[in-house]
Ligand binder design. Sequence first.
Ligand SMILES: Cc1cc2nc3c(=O)[nH]c(=O)nc-3n(C[C@H](O)[C@H](O)[C@H](O)COP(=O)(O)OP(=O)(O)OC[C@H]3O[C@@H](n4cnc5c(N)ncnc54)[C@H](O)[C@@H]3O)c2cc1C
Length: 379
Amino acid sequence: MRAFDDGILALPFYEPEHRELAQRLTNWCDEHSELWNARTDPEKTELNVIRALGEDGWLSPEADFRSLCLVREALAYADDLADYAFSIQALASIPLLRHGSPSQKERHLPALTRGERVVAFALSEEQAGSDVAAIALRADQTPGGYVLNGRKAWVANGGIADLYCVVARTGEGPGALGLTAFLVPATTPGLHVREKIAVIAPRALAHLAFDNCEVPSDSVLGRPGHGFVIAMDVLDRFRMTVGAAALGFARRAADAALSRSADRPIYDGRLIDLPTIRATLADTEVKLNAAALLVARAAWELDNGRRFARHSSIAKLYATESAQEIIDAALQIFGAAGLVSDSVTERLYRQIRSLRIYEGTSEIQRAVIAQSLDLRRAE
Ligand SMILES: Cc1cc2nc3c(=O)[nH]c(=O)nc-3n(C[C@H](O)[C@H](O)[C@H](O)COP(=O)(O)OP(=O)(O)OC[C@H]3O[C@@H](n4cnc5c(N)ncnc54)[C@H](O)[C@@H]3O)c2cc1C
């Protein structure tokens, strides 16, 4: 497998340890491809991948964002479920890592890092997706803690997670100001999987119900009323990694399209001799370069303690939208063969779609980017 562009990795955005990590990752994916190539039950595949990633130290909480992006790029190139397994564990660990108390970290982090336990991030509800401030799941205070009542929707790892990070309404203030994040073990009485959701690229995804679900006071992450801040802190950081995963999918499609163009005999020549095909391959190369540079910049800004949120949105928006175009163009180059069930192009065509929706839709990224524009430049 060759998931990376060595020319991009050689740029000063990256340190020698990132280049070394990219090489180890490539080897790891080659050595572990049987984990995802078996194409058995997606939930089992994910659990096996998380365990293997944990055993080999890929779930280390010390990783910087350039490393996280490289891991997602490589795993997405290798397989959608490999990336999904890694990414949800990493995403849902961030609230604990950044806002957990020492005792919460001590209790939960070691098993998550070893891949022995699985975590999920339950923010969305049916009527509160982009509009996070509309969250309705209630957490009412009791003498010993809180009681949770309501529903969560579209929870990645829902049903296979051992621990949920849940954002609920505690009412310290109106809208976004009245939310709190909780750590809720899956075994808590009253917490159920309401429905498992089948989507175009099969994966562990579920709606959850909380019926009089009691949690102690020390399950609050950060402080009461800070749930929205924690959710945005997680999403601002993680969006760039969605761009990195999109880049991995897009590179896989681009490589497949290039091989097909070079191999396919047509009109006494090969597909790659046709000017329109060459133009498509050239456009793909431009988009791959642009996406890789935007992801690298966003991660570099974050790792260097600079303002990064707008770059995270820019990277996610461009990399996911362009990956969709690259994969569509690759499928077109394959002709009818590109549509065959379980072929690389058919799988990628289904797998890329959700990246333009989760962790903030493309429209939400545009709103974030527009908000960040410096209006003084227009004066
Ligand atoms: C595979 C997958 C995994 C997911 N995993 C998780 C998870 O682990 N945890 C979790 O909490 N959630 C998860 N989600 C949910 C995801 O975050 C939401 O689907 C997403 O935030 C969009 O919300 P929505 O689906 O309710 O769409 P809506 O918010 O209803 O949006 C509908 C449409 O309106 C547009 N729109 C909304 N607001 C604006 C605006 N201000 N300006 C312009 N257009 C706007 C949107 O872009 C979209 O096109 C997952 C979703 C998917 C598909």
